[in-house]
Design a protein around this ligand. Structure first.
Ligand SMILES: Nc1nc2c(c(=O)[nH]1)N[C@H]1C(S)=C(S)[C@@H](COP(=O)(O)O)O[C@H]1N2
Ligand SMILES: [Mo]
Length: 330
């Protein structure tokens, strides 16, 4: 793990893709960790390939769910092992190194937890996490998550469509955008002492994007509640957009009439636009976006995968952007 740490991140924005040598070192470290942990550790590192009906890692509270019937909600790609999903994270509130969230997010207190819903809605209010867990039936969805840095994972999330919550608060005719504000607590989050981003981390969607059934509020993965490093106790997952649109540890949802600024736009406006749809044809100014490295697949002979338009969700979400110039609205 110290090999990752020694990489010396100094960038104010996401780094390039992890060099292969560093990543191979990480694999060796994980293998060594498995050996040290004995069979339990080894089982954890080769976590279930399927999701529903396969053994859970069994470390956190179970969060039962039934397989989603939403169109496109279950991709056929093999899910990324639990150990990878929970140890290679971006959650800058806990540091900018991929290993930092797993190392430091243990201090995050996820109870009590409330989400304030406000702005252009007929029924604003404060939702307790326990009420949110009961708001709609829990579904398992197997989504791709692609980071703008060029890596991707396949995650069996547990949660429900964000539209379930939106419908209940009744947006007014003035609600055009939905802003998501995540927790910013210096006492719990060592990364806030860095000025890498403006805190709190904020993200936003157009209302119709937020209402799309694939936009998900996630409370768990692999049949258990979310580990802190993955955004406990609840986060957004917007599978056709780059990972950074999927804000973690949400505390406030605000309905507004004007397009809000997001943390990444504020940090680097020429690199990160509002829409941030996965688009292999629009390069990041400092690197290409046409291929990706699937976490957990990078052996000596692993090939990069082609990145798909809208991360492969074009049949479902393409119509949301009909007629838009996606180079202008990147
Ligand atoms: N609050 C918060 N949410 C966040 C981030 C963050 O730094 N802080 N990083 C984003 C980025 S860049 C990615 S790629 C995904 C990563 O999610 P994962 O750790 O579950 O893979 O979370 C997103 N949500
Ligand atoms: Mo990301």
């Amino acid at each position: 793990m110290h090999l990752l740490r020694d990489r010396g991140y100094t960038h104010p924005v996401p780094s390039e893709i992890t060099p292969r040598s560093v990543y191979l070192s990480r694999r060796r470290w994980m293998a060594a960790g498995a050996a040290a942990l004995g069979t339990a550790g080894a089982a954890l590192l080769s976590a279930p390939a399927g999701a529903q009906g396969t053994p859970r890692p069994g470390r956190l509270a179970p969060l039962p769910a039934t397989r989603s019937s939403v169109a496109g909600a279950v991709v056929m790609d093999r899910p990324t092992p639990y150990a990878d999903i929970t140890s290679y994270n971006n959650f800058y509130e806990f540091g900018t190194d991929k290993a930092d969230p797993a190392r430091h997010a243990g201090s995050l207190k996820t109870r009590p937890w409330t989400v304030q819903v406000e702005g252009e809605v007929a029924r604003p209010g404060t939702f307790d996490i326990e009420a949110l867990l009961r708001l709609a039936p829990m579904e398992e969805r197997i989504y791709r998550l692609r980071c703008v840095e060029g890596w991707s994972m396949v995650v069996p999330w547990v949660g429900y469509s964000l539209s379930e919550l939106i419908r209940r608060v009744e947006p007014t005719g003035n609600a055009k955008f939905v802003q998501f504000v995540t927790l910013a607590d210096r006492k719990q989050m060592p990364g806030l002492s860095s000025s890498v981003l403006d805190w709190p981390y904020v993200e936003a969607l157009r209302l119709d994007e937020a209402m799309h059934p694939l936009a998900m509020l996630a409370f768990g993965l692999y049949g258990e509640v979310l580990p802190n490093q993955n955004g406990a106790p609840l986060r957004l997952v917007v599978p056709w957009k780059y990972g950074f649109k999927s804000g973690k540890s949400i505390v406030r949802i605000r309905f507004v009439d004007k397009q809000p600024k997001t943390s990444w736009e504020l940090a680097a406006p020429h690199e990160y636009g509002f829409y941030s749809n996965v688009n292999p044809n629009v390069d990041h100014p400092r690197w290409g976006q046409s291929t990706e490295r699937r976490i957990g697949e990078d052996g000596l002979f692993a090939r990069k995968r082609p990145t798909l338009m809208f991360n492969g969700y074009e049949p479902q979400v393409g119509p949301l952007y009909a007629g838009m110039d996606l180079r202008k609205f990147f």
